[in-house]
Structure formats: structure tokens, C-alpha cells
Write a new protein. Structure first.
Lengths: 328, 328
DNA sequence: TTGAAAGCGCTAACAC
DNA sequence: GTGTTAGCGCTTTCAA
């Protein structure tokens, strides 16, 4: 059976109140002798306070939730690690919820995490417009990361890069390298999508007309890169591809290779995210790097500062940069 | 302010006990009218029971912990996903703890999760011999995954593949393809390590003498592949590399390429894990596939069945297979 | 310097 | 059918 504060109190010949005080460093008024006696008993019994009882009292669980599309997408582990590392500093745990971008599952996650088992939420949604329950949202602080919903009301923070400008820069790089027929393969999304807007904007700025037959929308996965490139090949000619992420780029390069097209000779390609393996693609992938780990840390810090010290949430943009390798 | 069961009881003109009963489907003795009245009030107030209070009573948090080396290693997200998907089926959440294989951090994790905030633990240790606190371990059911400690005592389950035989098979494949000087690059470990033993065994069985200058031990990362191969190149000649995982293989191929060595012409290489990107390496990587996602699911199921239904833990081996691609 | 007691929100006997 | 009550293990006034 688990040992409780009461057992410790008895063995140390003090009240539970006293034990509680020494354990929580409300030591100021406890005599050194008592304190040491208590501590000894605690150690001897390998006593760990029951977190639920503690939480019930303090209304704090020391757990935050991380709601994300899919931890299997290599962009997210970095983010997760940043979050967890920071959380540990505050002595918080983090609970993961994969949603596969399914609004129903997002709802479930919010409900699951909303049961006061969680002190706050970090939310990575790939939807521009999210469908979570506003009521739940309002009861817990939330920080959005990456491509995030812009939320008018509520206690919501945000940390991300300027996706639109990053995507524009990627597109410009291709155009600047001589591409005239620049394709775009990314995840499905409404027209408000920042990356898409960046691509469009850069093209227009360069006086290149947007061609619908150069745009393929799917998911943020390798499959989409495969299918999209195959589709482009059937549509006609192109000399560059702006990819929604590195996974898509990997798929694209695979299909290009299969069809005897050389990169960057025949087609230039640029990715997004700079996942660890992009440098080991062949040729190494030129890509837009997000400070993914840092985004996670920053988001966690913002959330935790809010929870622990009441610091208000806010919106923060981090820097991106283009990693020049050999596909452009 | 949060709405409690008491608020609901008042608004519905019943006792808290009644509310509790209808909410927990101890409906049998509640009149339909009352039930509906209660439910209406619950909905109107968007009431969610406080999980901590519930947990304090029921001694169950509906949370399990997942202790792993590093979620950033692409082997683990798959595993994590398997765990989480299964956990959701049981209405459990999962808390992640990265340890970087640091025994101190493992200890911290166990302590953190041991505070009865967690009903069970899934533990992926790359240590053969683990340093967690046995006392803690004994208080909560634990299932080991992947390369796991064999624990004599306690309430411990295990799910994995037969690493030794898998590693032997990989080595044999190279030997069978004509390799005579087969190198081994993997993570540091004591000689008990199953993968290492498999490599050794296969070599001996083929009558090939083990050559110390063909063995490099580091971490399970790309860096190790890079450094190990560089080191091998300085040592002398070799015609095959058995890699501890796909990350190492990716690093190895990068260095081989840089040095003008062709794969599989000059050197054959085989990986381990079949992470999603191994097929997009150039050339696509031949590797040993573990049913990673399935291992996660199975482990979670075993753990949860133990927690929820008292089913005893046990040891389970899943099948591996070699994925033939173009590096052998 | 220490302890008694109330109460966090919920559940489960047991009583009515 | 429904309500009363006694805790679950902990923290925190307040009194001694």
C-alpha cells in the first residue's frame, strides 16, 4: 500500500500539517530538529506525495497538454522536445494528443484535457480556422504554435514564424535562380493559408502569372510529394517546385529521379522546415528552416509563465532562414 | 469559476450523489425524469467533472507515462503513436518523458511519474541494465519496449522483437551478398547487447573472424554514422556495414558518397528500424523493419489491460522482416 | 514552534 | 428512488 502523509506524521511524531510544511519549504517556523526528523522518515519510507490530492487542493496538476496533428510527422518531435524540455524546468509534465487534423478528434482532446487535469494547452493546428470548443478554450490558457488560428477572444498566445514571408522568400529564391514555371505542392487549405499567399505574392511581384495547373494540394506528407509531382509531370512542364514541407520535397525528388529529371539541373526544389534528414537526401535539400525546437520552448515558456506567474499571453514571431544546399 | 457537481445538484434539485450516479451510468435506480433533468443541467453548464477529485477517490488518473530516450529519434514517434492510439481507446492520456538515456533523468522521470499521477508506465530504455529505482518500479505496472532491460522481479511486461536474431539476419544478408569485411556501427553498449551479439554470431557462423578495427560504437544518431564511417575509412578496407539503426546508415551513406564510394557497388549497407525516410535515401536503404507502431499498440494494450482489468503482464515478441531495397 | 480542523470535488456505502 | 455522510491525501488558516 502507498504511504501517505499521515504515515509519515505518525512515524515522526508530528502532525500532518507539520510534514506538509517541511515538504513545501514552509520551513520558516519549523525547528531544525523536527524538520530533520521528518525528512529522515520521508526518506526512509521513500515517500512521494500524492499528486492528485495535492492538485485537488492547489487546483494545479503540473501537467500541460500538447495537441498536435501527428507526432509521426518529423516536424513535431522537435517541437515536442522543446516543449518538454522547458516544461521540465518548471516541473511540469506534458500530455500528448494526436488529432490527425480531424476536428472531431481535436474536440475530444480539448474535452479530455479540459477536465482540470491540465493547467494549460499548447495547440498546433494546421487548420486556419479551428473548430475547438470555445467554452473549453476559455477555461484554460492556450498557446498556439506554428500555423495557428488567429483567435479574437480569449486567453490565447501564439508563437510562430512569418510563414507568408518565408514562403515568399522560398519562391523568390527559385525565381531568382531562373525558374519561370514554379509549381507549388502543399497541404490542402483555404486561401487564407499564409504559405500559399506567400507563394502567390512572390510570383506576382516577379511578374509571373499564376498557373493553376502548377498547384497541387494534399497533405503534409511524402505521399503528397509523390502524387503531386506525378500529377505535375502529366500536366506539362515546370522548372521549380516550392514544397509545403520537407516531406513533400522528399517525395517530389523521388519521383523526379524516377523520371530521369535531374535536381537542380532540370527542376529546382525547395522544402520547408529543415527536418534533420533533409541534409541526407540526395542531393541535400535546400529548405526554409524554422527554429522548431525554439518555437516549442518559447511556447512552453510563455504558457508556463502565465500559469505559474500570471504573466499575460502574447504573440511572438521567431526568425526563419533559408538553408542553402544543393537543390536550387 | 469552475462549475462543480454541487452546482449541478443544486440547479437540478437533487443531491450530489444523484448527479454522480447518472454521470457514471449507475443509472439503474434513478428515475428517467431525474436523469434527464440532471443531464440537461449538466449540458447547460458545460459541466466537466474534476478529474483530480475523481482520481483521488478512485485511485486512478487515466494517465500513463511513456519514458523514452528521445522523441526526436524517428524511431520513437511511431512507437508513441501506437501507444497513444491504443490509450485513447481506453480513454487514457499519455505523458512523455525524454531521458536522453541519462540514468539521472530516468530517475527523475520515474519520480515525477511515480506520484500516483500515473497509472502505469511504458519504458523504452536503451540501457541493457537500467538504473531506475526499483522501489518506484514496483508500485506501478511497467511494460518495457524495444531494447529492454530484463527484470527479474516485479510487475513488468515486455514487448519487442528478437533483436539478436534480427541483427544476425542483417549480417548474414551482407555475408551472403559476398561481403567478407563486414563493419558494425551502432550505439555504445555492454557486450550483452543483443544486436551486437547477433552480428558476432552471424560472423562466426560464416567462419569470418571478428575484426575489432571494423567496429565503431557511438550513439543511435546520424553523427555516429558520419564519424564511424570516417573512422572506418581511416582504419582500412571494408565492404559492408551493419548499422545499428537507419539514422546511422544515413550518416554512413553520406560519408561513403563524399569519398566516392558507391553503394552497394563498393560497400553494402543495411539499416535497422525502417524509418519512413529510409526509402527516400539515395539509393533507398535496405533495412530490418520492426513493427514499431504495432509494438507501441501492443505494449499499451498489455499495460492498460493490466490496469483496467487486472490481466497479468507478460513477455511478447513480435516479428521483424528485412526490407530489400537497393543498398545490398 | 506545532497541531486541529476545515475543505478541495468527487464517489460509494448505507439509510430513508 | 434519492439523500446523508464519510472519506480519498493534501494544504492552510487559526488557535494553542
Amino acid at each position: 500500500m502507498k504511504v501517505t502523509i499521515k504515515d509519515i506524521a505518525e512515524q515522526a511524531n508530528v502532525s500532518t500539517a507539520t510534514v506538509s510544511k517541511v515538504l513545501n519549504k514552509n520551513d520558516l517556523s519549523i525547528s531544525k530538529a523536527t524538520r530533520e526528523r521528518v525528512l529522515k522518515v520521508v526518506k526512509r519510507n521513500n515517500y512521494i506525495p500524492n499528486a492528485m490530492a495535492k492538485g485537488l487542493k492547489s487546483r494545479r496538476s503540473n501537467m500541460i497538454g500538447f495537441i498536435l496533428p501527428d507526432i509521426t510527422n518529423p516536424f513535431f518531435p522537435e517541437l515536442a522536445r522543446g516543449i518538454e524540455d522547458k516544461a521540465k524546468e518548471y516541473n511540469f509534465g506534458v500530455v500528448f494528443c494526436n488529432t490527425d487534423d480531424d476536428p472531431d478528434r481535436e474536440g475530444e482532446c480539448f474535452r479530455f484535457l479540459g477536465s482540470q487535469m491540465i493547467d494549460g494547452i499548447i495547440f498546433a493546428s494546421s487548420q486556419e480556422e479551428s473548430s475547438y470548443d470555445n467554452a473549453l478554450l476559455r477555461s484554460v490558457p492556450v498557446v498556439m504554435v506554428d500555423r495557428g488560428v488567429t483567435i479574437a477572444d480569449g486567453n490565447v498566445g501564439k508563437v510562430s514564424i512569418d510563414s507568408r514571408s518565408a514562403s515568399a522568400a522560398a519562391t523568390q529564391l527559385l525565381v531568382g535562380s531562373g525558374c519561370r514555371r514554379v509549381a507549388y505542392i502543399s497541404a490542402k487549405c483555404n486561401t487564407a493559408n499564409q504559405r500559399y499567399l506567400g507563394y502567390l505574392g512572390a510570383l506576382e511581384k516577379s511578374g509571373i502569372k499564376v498557373d493553376e495547373s502548377l498547384i497541387y494540394l494534399g497533405e503534409y506528407d511524402v505521399e503528397t510529394g509523390l502524387r503531386g509531382t506525378q500529377w505535375l509531370l502529366e500536366q506539362g512542364s515546370f522548372d521549380g517546385i516550392v514544397c509545403g514541407n520537407d516531406l513533400i520535397a522528399a517525395g517530389a525528388m523521388t519521383v523526379l529521379g524516377r523520371n530521369g529529371l535531374s535536381v537542380p539541373g532540370d527542376v529546382k526544389v525547395i522544402g520547408f522546415d529543415n527536418i534533420y534528414l533533409s541534409q541526407h537526401l540526395n542531393p541535400p535539400l535546400t529548405t526554409v528552416e524554422q527554429p522548431t525546437y525554439e518555437i516549442g520552448r518559447t511556447a512552453a515558456e510563455m504558457l508556463l509563465e502565465n500559469i505559474v506567474n500570471g504573466v499575460p499571453l502574447y504573440s511572438r514571431k521567431l526568425d526563419y532562414r533559408i538553408i542553402m544546399r544543393q537543390t536550387v
